[in-house]
Design a binder for this molecule. Structure first.
Ligand code: ADP
Length: 368
């Protein structure tokens, strides 16, 4: 069994059911992201794990023991809040030392004469520990500064540092990057992922930002309406979403969804165009076809599997270029990733032909 396990966790606030019975085994050392739209219950689940909120029913297990009745401070989990929660009047070094100094002085260390000697020795060790932690986080030159003299990213690392000195069994983070500006937020993704790798400690990370989840996690749990719809490594969730809502939520630009049909021969069709064969012959059913922008490419109009559209907008993101097209068969919009060379050959208003070039067309039934 993994060190941390959530079993049949339900939570209601009054009449509002927020968590609908969550089972989740968190693997030792993984970077697990709880990701989903705002209000789906991510923070509540994290707070239940931390002990800041009690579940209505279900068990929180740490190291094989139920800890529902254990106080947050005694769970040995480090919660890193979005608001940093650093003491403004203390230096970064003092901030990083506070949890240790309060916790670690034993009875003898509080005695007169011998106490201060032992405490001094311990203090020296702690200082060393803070130095080492600060080096890992590259904030060692900033230890004598106050939080107000640090940038957002540095404060972020200092807050992490304070949690790290305690050597917790897991770091719990609730949208820790949301106060940072866009460029720093993206930079911090790689910092956090690297930090996770170098520490090897379990991270449980809450975010509503699917890009953060895709770029940092070893596994992501996609939550909607108090359920985990899918749990898996980012590439699995991205390439094989098990539900149309997961497919829509994960990925940017949003996946193209087309109304289609699975015909009696097992072929997926959009209008007259056959996109792929996905199953044995059976009865025809209506489906929703999911096609990612990067799985589509411009083709010759004569291509048998070509879909037709008209360019409505060229979205140039520098590294990526997306053509937004309106399908001729209806009001449907489709986004296609194009190379700069391809994009140079078409203008807004041009008719284009495109087809699925890579990846399987994803097919979702009526129930997702
Ligand atoms: P998320 O982190 O996914 O945005 P939350 O877990 O914060 O979602 O909240 C889930 C739902 O629970 C929301 O509808 C929120 O309003 C409600 N909620 C959270 N905490 C409380 C509370 N203390 N009292 C009442 N409702 C709450």
């Amino acid at each position: 069994m993994s060190a941390i396990s959530l079993q049949a966790i339900k939570k209601s606030f009054g009449k509002t059911n927020v968590l609908a019975g969550i089972d989740l085994d968190i693997r030792d050392g993984e970077f697990l992201t709880l990701v989903g739209p705002s209000g789906c219950g991510k923070s509540t689940l994290l707070r239940i794990l931390a002990g800041l909120e009690a579940p209505s029913s279900g068990s929180v297990m740490i190291g094989g023991k139920t800890v529902n009745a254990v106080r947050p401070a005694d769970r040995n989990l480090a919660m890193v809040f979005q608001s940093y929660a650093l003491y403004p009047h203390l230096t970064i070094a003092q901030n990083m030392m506070t949890p240790l100094r309060l916790r670690d002085l034993s009875f003898t260390e509080r005695l007169p004469i011998i106490g201060p000697m032992l405490a001094r020795e311990k203090y020296r060790k702690l200082q060393h520990q803070v130095q080492e932690t600060a080096k890992v986080l590259r904030i060692d030159p900033l230890l004598d500064r106050k939080p107000g003299q640090l940038s957002g990213g540095q404060r972020q690392r200092a807050a992490l540092g304070r949690a790290m000195v305690r050597k917790p069994i897991a770091f719990l983070m609730d949208e820790p990057l949301s106060n940072l500006d866009a460029a720093l937020r993206i930079h911090m993704r790689s910092e956090l992922a690297e930090l996770h790798r170098s520490l090897g400690t379990t991270f449980v990370y809450v975010t509503h930002d699917q890009a953060e989840a895709l770029t940092m996690s070893t596994r992501m749990a996609v939550m909607m309406d108090g359920h985990i719809l899918q749990l898996g490594p980012p590439d699995e969730v991205y390439n094989n979403p098990n539900h149309i809502r997961v497919a829509e939520f994960v990925g940017s630009p949003k996946i193209n969804l087309l109304p289609g049909e699975l015909d009696t021969s097992g072929y997926v069709r959009f209008g007259d165009t056959v996109l792929s064969r996905i199953s044995a012959p059976g009865s025809a059913i209506s489906v929703t076809i999911g096609l990612r922008a990067e799985h589509l490419a411009l083709v010759e109009p004569s291509d048998a599997s070509a879909l037709q559209g008209r360019v409505a907008y060229k979205e140039n993101l520098g590294s990526d270029l997306f053509l937004h097209a309106t399908m001729k068969d209806g009001a449907q919009r489709v986004v296609i990733r194009a190379t700069p060379q391809e994009a140079a050959t078409v203008s807004v208003g041009n008719d284009i032909s495109f087809a699925r070039k890579r990846g399987e067309a994803m097919v979702f039934g009526q129930d997702g």
